[in-house]
Write a protein that binds this ligand. Sequence first.
Ligand SMILES: Cc1cc2nc3c(=O)[nH]c(=O)nc-3n(C[C@H](O)[C@H](O)[C@H](O)COP(=O)(O)OP(=O)(O)OC[C@H]3O[C@@H](n4cnc5c(N)ncnc54)[C@H](O)[C@@H]3O)c2cc1C
Length: 436
Amino acid sequence: MEPEVSAAPPLVGDVRADVAIVGGGFLGLWTALQVKRRDPSSVVVVLERTRCGHGPSGRSGGFVNHYGDRLAAMTAAFGADDARAIVDASVRALAQFEDWCLAEAPGACFTHAAQLEVATGPSQEASRDLELSAEEVREICDSPTFRSGTLTTDSATVNPAGLVGALRAKALAAGVQLYEHTRVNGLRDGPGHVALHTDHGSIRARRAVLAIGCQTAAVQHLRRKLSVASSHIVATAPVPEVLADCGWSPAYSICDLQAMLHYTRLTADGRILFGWGGGRMALGARQHPALFEDRRVQATLGRRLLETFPALTASHLDVAWGGPIDVSADHLPHFGTSGRVSFGFGFTGNGVLPSFMGGEILAAMVTDGDSPLLRLALVERRARSFPPAPLAYAGGTLLRRCMLRADRRDELGEHINPLLASAIGVPRRLGFQLPR
Ligand SMILES: Cc1cc2nc3c(=O)[nH]c(=O)nc-3n(C[C@H](O)[C@H](O)[C@H](O)COP(=O)(O)OP(=O)(O)OC[C@H]3O[C@@H](n4cnc5c(N)ncnc54)[C@H](O)[C@@H]3O)c2cc1C
């Protein structure tokens, strides 16, 4: 848990800026720092609706993953060369991200953690080549729900709140003007400048950046490029005796191979953090409170945690939270510019490292500079649209139910009937990426 720092003041009055950035999550803060690095004399303003990191960035599970595991899917979408370029850039970004965290952000607790992916049911085992036997998996972490698995060695974990705190502090130290509790209600592009309006002020900027995560679903020309789901996490109190019992160390993070995946890791103070991508969908940009706190999902998640680590009891469960996920049709982010406004969104639950890359991309865009990342196929791409929000919501909710049922049947060793399997396959047949 991070110590609270006092909020930056809200914007009152009219200001001018070279670059106005809407959103104080990872993407907005990395962009602000990168613009300042490129042009230290530029006037950079960040406008955050609540507090920096109070959205998904500070609520994240803290898994740091490059795009190596997406090579096959990206090759199908972009071709071999472009796919390889994205993977290579993300691997380089991981090394740079590590250097930055170690030098600038001790509170981010950057930790190398090999990622163990485990099957928890027979059909997950049948779907992948898994090189570790169940015995080998249980030597890493002894859980009765774990079967065979596979290991990715070049991944890491961070404390997301510590990372946001460091980014915010570095941005302020670099001279970025930060306004918190400042919601941008309107934006008008041109001629010659972008005008942004808030409750008590306005900004006139040469260029603007939208780094507003799921709220991109409220932007007219981008709204069909994402749909909004949610993910939830339960954390235990520090449990050294349970960790000794299952032999698990922070050198490994773990996720399963369910369609609605569970992900779990250890914190620096010895808590188990246990998350699940099975939360509800949102209707467009509407932020239903259940995206952030959903008692039913928390109860399901708590039960699942106790099944996974039977040495835990309900009294070990300490805190739970959730947050919205900006899902793109192919689960890869979009970066682009329309007029004087650049944007980034669609991280689909893998945003910690990609938002670091996104900061460099957006900073290069708004300073009319260059970066090898500008030539990645993630930039200015034509991407598949979702159906209009009510249809995407209804279809996504139905699909989620089917997946939850199939996941549960699989882990109980029950047969997944052909109708259910076929229903789950519909989005893929329509060209959408499934959660897994
Ligand atoms: C529970 C959970 C677990 C996750 N786990 C992981 C993980 O382990 N690894 C990983 O890589 N990713 C994970 N993610 C995803 C990751 O957190 C996001 O992809 C990432 O934080 C996105 O950063 P962002 O800056 O684009 O968006 P956000 O963090 O959503 O930031 C956008 C900001 O914009 C502000 N904003 C919106 N509208 C306005 C407006 N009109 N005016 C002013 N401000 C506005 C919001 O308040 C918010 O602070 C997880 C997400 C959740 C919810």
